[in-house]
Design a protein around this ligand. Structure first.
Ligand code: ATP
Ligand code: MG
Length: 591
């Protein structure tokens, strides 16, 4: 047992801690506040305390638990809301009857009373290894929770029984190689700072379908990939992340509200239960785990929150599910890291962030991937996609958190305040965003959307780049001096921006756009562009071409109901061909 010698905000130094180890969870003071040892010098431990430390002073006792910071994994995770160290916020509020988190309350992360119907998947006598599925629990209508043998264990099942059990009751008994027997409950624990093991990683070859056109068509992220959403204040980071959480075609979403305003989490809590998962017809909460460490909660737990979140995500990945982790915002997380580093009086790096900022960020994103899951079955695959928002002060991407993130992630959706100001949403700048997955996803696109898809995408990107350079000329000499070709380029670019890329998250019919629809929409615009160029050569009048009825219909294409778009778009194809051809013919007569 040690004694406190110094308290500095969330940092506590205690001596007499020779029995403790680095990374141990400790209990601090009479209130038994939860802390974690950051480093040890001799018998002195520097401890980050996850709860408010006011009232704590020198002389108070510190006891180590001897265990690292871990999460509880088992039925009951889904639909739950946890803080950064997996304390169930709703339950705590019920127990304490107060709205602010009381200190030192001990409530287990998984409900100890609730019984879950366990169905065995193996018989006594079966040889099992870590990761093997022992049985299942239908946790929600959307998720079949697979109860797995914890990693690194193996042996023979001696007994196993179905029926209603709590997470700590024994459902099976395992005889290990050395003859010893272990009772297995449904719950397992895992230290949050250690990635859960898998057999091997696969290259990510399937896109995560988000229903957001700028993402899916322009800058896709693969399932198992990493992406960042950098953007200045109010540019749409949170709206974008909510859209990804709502619409991504994954089995489970872990949403980490990390240092953001409390009301943004309230939005999630209010909105998600009402939203319907398009694939299961169930409430979206039935596939969501929320981690909330809002700006009004203790800063240290914010540091832990992204690891807590990604560990829960890995656990579901291990079952063979596609999981997405969404963190808003990693800049707030980095600020927590900076604050602790400052209190530890470490040598500051750039802008006061510790030198290990980028390695810590990497430790988060590295845990993404498309993997062969642990276990003796051959083909269980899971994926973990990680998406983090970054809020660079003033939108300046040269600051340390943006730079470190950019070196790690493979997709960059750069939000732009000037686009947001013009109400072009999502305000993702197409000129400085990128995806490094296009090559690995190409076979998928070719197979599912046809070879045209990537060609049309490249064409559209080229048109937008040309628009950017033409705009410079227009500013100098005016639009009228441009050739017919260039004027068509500008008109087409406008269509790509307004009719395709702009997508309002708050208009139901357009908040989600499936891949096939995106492909057809872009094909429409390219077809229009091609017809216009041909007609212009035949002497057709540009102004007339730009105002044909079919052009307007393309503008409204995104609001056509999902069950009508195929016919509707096919009709537009025919109409625009006729309308532009008529203009070309008039042109030829006039020549
Ligand atoms: N896709 C979208 N469709 C429609 N409106 C949008 C979209 N994205 C953003 N907006 C508008 O921009 C506002 C700000 O967006 P949001 O809260 O996501 O910004 P933020 O980058 O998270 O800001 P902060 O830096 O304050 O966290 C929204 O309230 C909404 O009005
Ligand atoms: Mg936000």
């Amino acid at each position: 047992m040690g004694k406190i010698v110094k308290v500095s905000g969330p940092l506590v130094v205690a001596t007499g801690m020779e029995e403790a180890n680095m990374a141990d969870v400790v209990r601090v003071g009479e209130q038994r506040l939860i802390g974690e040892i950051l480093n040890m010098t001799g018998d002195a431990a520097s401890i980050q305390v996850y709860e408010e430390t006011s009232g704590l002073g020198p002389g108070a006792e510190v006891v180590t638990t001897g265990a690292p910071l871990s999460v509880e994994l088992g039925p009951g995770l889904i639909e739950n809301i946890y803080d950064g160290i997996q304390r169930p916020l709703e339950v705590i509020r019920e127990v304490s009857g107060s709205n602010s988190l009381p200190r030192g309350v001990e409530v287990p992360a998984l409900d100890r009373e609730k019984k879950w119907a366990f169905t065995p998947a193996v018989q006594p006598g079966t040889r099992v290894v870590g990761g093997d599925v022992l049985g299942t629990v239908q946790e929600t209508e959307s998720i079949l929770h697979k109860i797995m043998l914890p990693p690194r264990m193996k042996g023979t099942i001696v007994s196993i029984q179905g029926g209603p059990f709590t997470v700590t009751e024994t459902v099976a008994v395992l005889e290990q190689e050395d003859g010893s027997r272990v009772e297995l409950p449904m719950m397992q624990k895992w230290p949050v700072r250690v990635g859960r093991p898998y057999k091997h990683k696969y290259p990510p070859v399937v896109p995560l379908q988000s229903g957001q056109r700028i993402v899916d068509t322009f800058f896709p992220v693969a399932k198992g990939g990493t992406a960042a959403i950098p953007g200045p204040f109010g540019s749409g980071k949170t709206v974008m992340q909510h859209a990804l959480a709502k619409w991504s075609d994954v089995d489970l979403v872990v949403y980490i509200g990390c240092g953001e305003r409390g009301n943004e989490m309230t939005d999630v809590l209010r909105e998600f239960p009402e939203l319907v998962d398009p694939r299961t017809g169930q409430s979206l909460m039935k596939r969501t785990v929320l981690i909330a460490n809002t700006s009004d909660m203790p800063v240290a737990a914010r540091e832990a929150s992204i690891y807590t979140g990604i560990t829960i995500a890995e656990y579901f990945r291990d079952m063979g599910y596609a999981v997405a982790v969404i963190a808003d915002s990693t800049s707030r997380w980095a600020e927590a890291l900076r604050e602790m580093s400052g209190r530890l009086e470490e040598m500051p790096g750039e802008e006061g962030y510790p030198a290990y900022l980028s390695s810590r960020l990497a430790q988060f994103y590295e845990r993404a991937g498309s993997v062969a899951c642990l276990g003796s079955d051959e083909d269980r695959r899971g994926s973990l996609t990680a998406v983090g928002a970054v809020s660079p002060p003033g939108g300046d991407l040269s600051e340390p958190v943006s730079q470190a993130t950019m070196r790690i992630v493979k997709v960059f959706w750069a939000l732009d305040s000037s686009l947001a100001y013009r109400r072009h949403f999502p305000a993702i700048n197409w000129l400085n965003s990128y995806s490094l997955y296009l090559d690995s996803l190409k076979p998928w696109y070719d197979e599912h959307l046809g070879k045209d898809f990537l060609q049309n995408r490249e064409w559209a990107m080229a048109v937008l780049q040309e628009e950017a350079s033409l705009n410079e000329i227009v500013q100098l000499v005016g639009k009228d001096s441009l050739s017919a070709r260039d004027q068509i380029t500008l008109e087409t670019a406008k269509m790509i921006r307004e009719d395709f890329l702009q997508q309002n998250s708050f208009v139901d019919i357009d908040s989600y756009s499936e891949y096939d629809r995106q492909a057809r929409m872009l094909a429409l615009i390219r077809e229009y562009d091609g017809h216009c160029r041909e007609a212009a050569e035949r002497g057709g009048d540009l102004a007339q071409m730009f105002s044909i009825p079919a052009r307007e219909k393309i503008g409204r294409a995104k609001s056509v109901p999902a069950n009508q778009y195929m016919d509707n778009y096919a009709n537009i194809m025919v109409e625009m061909d006729e309308e532009i051809n008529a203009i070309a013919e008039k042109g030829e007569e006039a020549l």
